[in-house]
Structure formats: structure tokens, C-alpha cells
Write a protein that binds this ligand. Structure first.
Ligand SMILES: [Zn+2]
Length: 492
């Protein structure tokens, strides 16, 4: 039986501001969309926190037995400097400053993003669509919004009419903002803008002569507004209504509010059932900012090349550190906190590895079945990873007691403990067994040494020794293959 049938997941929905029972639209299937990065600079640690949390959400949904389509986009066009409709395109600006093609900027930072995610043991999403790959679909959606009467064209640009939409629907449903308040808080029109009202947002922007990233459209040679791509790509790959939409909380307004308005206008239905938002990350108690130097790149944590942390930390330790905080709380990143996590992480992995050596006893001194339920209950409660980790440490305590012969487990309980601990540590939290990695490096080294000795034996025509090395390795499940390039091996 699929695990989701016996685990009622609860999700904190930013839309209702309550924890709700999670019920996917189609039984057994989950559609999840997470706003991806704008690839104009190196992957930002704050964004990595967001993506890491949704990686754990994805992993847990898979663990529960759901078939998940996870879509995370790449924004490679249309994201302007101030996140609204003014200023230069972030990618175009970087390209101008570095005197390269915008697509060179996109390529460089897409590669960097993937490199970081691979280092931190992320599962790849099911689909990773790009904004530039969906210009045709974006133009079609704009046509539809105009046809429905909720957008207007001025001088080659097209704007979404927030006031017209708000007559029928609720603009502000997600962020809690009121259009009237927005009116008072938005700076007055400077006469330069083509918008009817300052709250209106761009669906299509006419490109000026210098703007390289441009596409033909019925209105002008231009580019789509940033909010549009997510409506288009989520609808295309997940349908008009889907289960989970995630992102950092800074995206709630205006980005996600605009997404709802666009999608609802076209389909007439509620686009997303569960909105999930991650909180911010600070560095040494302060806002992370390149300009103040209070800044670190995800890969610099691994290499130790930075002035922020006292030493390097492994990707698995950083993952563990992230998961020790609830995703809806602010997380403060610091050397002290990471060093404490490093100790906890080592203790946890040591216990997991020692588990393999434990022998079953006649009685159990620990209620493994209750403990297992508590682990699932923690994750079912809106992915509460810090509570899960506290339960994992109850198991660590028991394992250490077994080591000292002050506790014991039956064969049946031992199997449950092993399966559950391995599932949560590796499959769900995505931690990496660095001891095992070290061990496999050692094994490789030993086999390479034996291959070298066997080669020397053959050169000395000591066929008996050469055959003995080959045959005894086979018995250990290691197969040698002699080829033109030398001898290679495979582990069975
Ligand atoms: Zn988005």
C-alpha cells in the first residue's frame, strides 16, 4: 500500500493562513511548481534555502508514494531591475556591463545553478522550462487576457488592468493587500508611464532600440513581463488547477499575486490549491548583501574560500543545518551554528553506520513502532524537519546505548529502525553518507593497488599469483577486465 494512504499530510497554506489537510486533485498524483532563479548572477544562498526545502518536499512526497510532476522554471528573460515594470532587464544589464551576449550570461549562471544543486545533492525537477522557450505561449496568454477585457495596449506595451480585475475578483487574495491601499502607497504616475493605474503590471513590454532580448508580437518587438512566464508554464505542464505552488516569501507580492490574477482571468478557476512560502535567510544576524560584504556563495561554503566562515563545511552538513530550522522561520547562517550542526551531523551518521553492525536480541527496550509513527507525524505536520530531526536523535541515543550494552532490539525492530532511519536521513532529508564516500574511495585505492601488483606479477611471469589476485577478487564481488587501455574493475 502506498504510504500516503496511511499518512495524512497537513500543509500550511499561505492563501488561507492555516494548516490544511493535503488532498491532491488527482488521487496519487501531485503537481508542484516552484519559481526558479533569474540566471543573471551566481546562485544566491537565500534562494538555495528555498529550493532545498522544496527538494525535501519533493523527496517526501515521492517517499509517500505519490507520482509527482515537479516543475521549476529558469527565468532567462523579462525580469527587470526593480521586480516591477521599470528599469533595465537584469540579464541584459549584466550582459552590457560584461560586454557579452545576454545568452552567455544565461548559460554561465544556469550552469552555476546546476553545479550548486548537484553539489548539494538536489534531485532534478521533472521539468525545468525556460521563459525564452515559451514566448509563443506567453503571447497567446496575453491575447486571451486582452480578449477577456482585463488588459490593454498602449504604445506597443500591454498591461494587466488590476482595477477591472478587482471589480470581479479579489486582487490581494494571497498577500492581503488591498487595491485601495496600494493606490495610496504607490508613487504617483510621473507622466512617463503608459499605465492607466500604477498598480497595473506589464504583460508585454516594447523593447527600446538597445534592448537585445526581443521577440516579435502583435503589439511590438518586445519581451514578456516577468510574472507571465510562471502562469504560462505552470498551466502548460500542470494544468489550469494544480496542487502546490512554492517560492520564497518575497515572491508573494507582487509576483504570485499577479500569477493568480493572470491564470484566474484565463481559466476562470482557482489556479493553485496550496501556496507554500519559505522564510528569509540572514548571515551572521544581518541581511545578506553583496554591497556590505556580508555575503557568501553556496560553493564557497564547500571550498572554504570566504571571509565569513572559520572553515569549510560539507554539503551534507549545510543541508542538515538548513533542515534544523522550520522553513517558515528566519534562518541565521553563521560559523558557530554550522559548527554545532557539523557535530550533530557526525553523531547522526555515525549511529546510522553503526546500525549495520548491531546484532538482534531477544527483547526490545525501545518502542520502535511508536518512534516510527512520530517521525512520520513530524513530516506530516507541514514538513516539520526540526521535529523529525529530534526524533532521529532519539534513535541515535538508543543505538549508542546498544553500543554500550544498556539497550537491545529484536530482529524485527532492528529492521524497522534501519529502514526508517535510512529513509529519513538519506531519501527524505537528502543527507550524504560521507563515511561511506570515504570508504568507497579507500576500496578503489586498494583495488588499484592489487591491479598494479597483478601487473607486476604478470611481467615477472608469475601466473599463479596473477590468477590468485584475479580469482580472490571475484570471490569478493570485484571483477577485473583486461583491455587495451589497461585493467579496469567493476563491483558486483
Ligand atoms: Zn514565478
Amino acid at each position: 500500500m502506498e504510504r500516503y494512504k496511511e499518512n495524512q499530510l497537513k500543509v500550511y497554506n499561505s492563501l488561507s493562513k492555516t494548516k490544511e489537510n493535503f488532498k491532491p486533485i488527482t488521487d496519487g498524483y501531485v503537481g508542484m511548481y516552484v519559481c526558479g532563479p533569474t540566471v543573471y548572477s551566481n546562485a544566491h544562498l537565500g534562494n538555495v534555502r528555498t529550493f532545498m526545502f522544496f527538494d525535501v518536499v519533493y523527496r517526501y512526497l515521492l517517499h509517500l508514494g505519490y507520482k509527482v510532476r515537479y516543475v521549476r522554471n529558469i527565468t532567462d528573460a523579462g525580469h527587470l531591475e526593480n521586480d516591477a515594470d521599470e528599469g533595465e532587464d537584469k540579464i541584459a544589464r549584466k550582459a552590457r556591463l560584461e560586454q557579452v551576449e545576454p545568452m552567455e550570461v544565461v548559460q554561465r549562471y544556469t550552469v552555476d545553478f546546476h553545479d550548486v544543486l548537484k553539489n548539494y545533492n538536489f534531485l532534478p525537477p521533472s521539468i525545468e522550462p525556460t521563459a525564452t522557450g515559451h514566448i509563443v505561449e506567453q503571447i497567446e496568454m496575453i491575447k486571451e487576457i486582452i480578449a477577456k477585457g482585463f488588459a490593454y495596449e498602449v504604445n506597443g506595451s500591454v498591461y494587466f488592468d488590476v482595477h477591472e480585475y478587482n471589480k470581479k475578483e479579489n486582487y490581494g487574495i494571497l498577500s492581503g493587500r488591498k487595491v485601495e491601499d496600494l493606490l495610496n502607497n504607490t508613487r504617483a504616475l510621473d507622466g512617463q508611464s503608459d499605465k492607466k493605474n500604477p498598480q497595473d503590471f506589464a504583460l508585454w513590454k516594447k523593447a527600446d532600440e538597445k534592448h537585445i532580448m526581443r521577440w516579435p508580437s502583435p503589439w511590438s518587438d518586445g519581451f514578456p513581463g516577468w510574472h507571465l512566464e510562471c502562469s504560462v508554464m505552470s498551466t502548460k505542464y500542470l494544468g489550469e488547477s494544480f496542487d502546490i505552488h512554492g517560492g520564497g516569501m518575497d515572491l508573494k507580492f507582487p509576483h504570485h499575486e499577479c500569477e493568480i490574477a493572470q491564470s484566474k482571468t484565463c481559466s476562470g478557476v482557482k489556479p493553485v490549491n496550496y501556496w507554500m512560502h519559505t522564510n528569509m535567510l540572514s548571515l551572521n544576524g544581518q541581511r545578506m548583501a553583496k554591497s556590505t560584504g556580508n555575503y557568501i556563495l553556496p560553493n564557497q561554503i564547500l571550498s572554504g574560500e570566504n571571509n565569513i566562515l572559520p572553515k569549510s563545511f560539507s554539503a551534507s552538513v549545510v543541508r542538515f543545518f538548513n533542515m534544523q530550522a522550520n522553513y517558515r522561520s528566519i534562518l541565521d547562517f553563521s560559523g558557530d551554528a554550522l559548527e554545532a550542526s557539523e557535530k550533530g551531523h557526525a553523531k547522526l551518521l555515525e549511529a546510522v553506520n553503526f546500525l549495520e553492525k548491531i546484532e538482534a536480541a531477544k527483547i526490545s527496550t525501545f518502542n520502535v513502532k511508536t518512534w516510527k509513527k512520530e517521525c512520520y507525524a513530524a513530516m506530516n505536520d507541514d514538513f516539520n524537519t526540526p521535529i523529525l530531526i529530534s526524533h532521529l536523535f532519539e534513535a541515535v541515543k538508543v543505538i549508542n546505548q546498544i553500543k554500550e550494552n544498556t539497550a537491545s532490539l529484536t530482529a524485527e525492530d532492528l529492521v524497522i529502525l534501519k529502514e526508517t532511519l535510512n529513509a529519513f536521513v538519506f531519501d527524505v532529508l537528502g543527507l550524504m553518507n560521507e563515511n561511506m564516500q570515504n570508504n568507497s574511495e579507500k576500496i578503489n585505492g586498494v583495488v588499484e593497488l592489487l591491479i598494479k601488483l597483478r601487473k607486476e606479477a604478470r611481467e615477472n611471469k608469475d601466473w599463479a599469483l596473477s590468477d590468485q589476485i584475479r580469482d580472490e577478487l571475484i570471490e569478493l564481488g570485484i571483477q577485473l577486465k583486461d583491455g587495451k587501455e589497461g585493467t579496469t574493475f567493476s563491483l558486483n
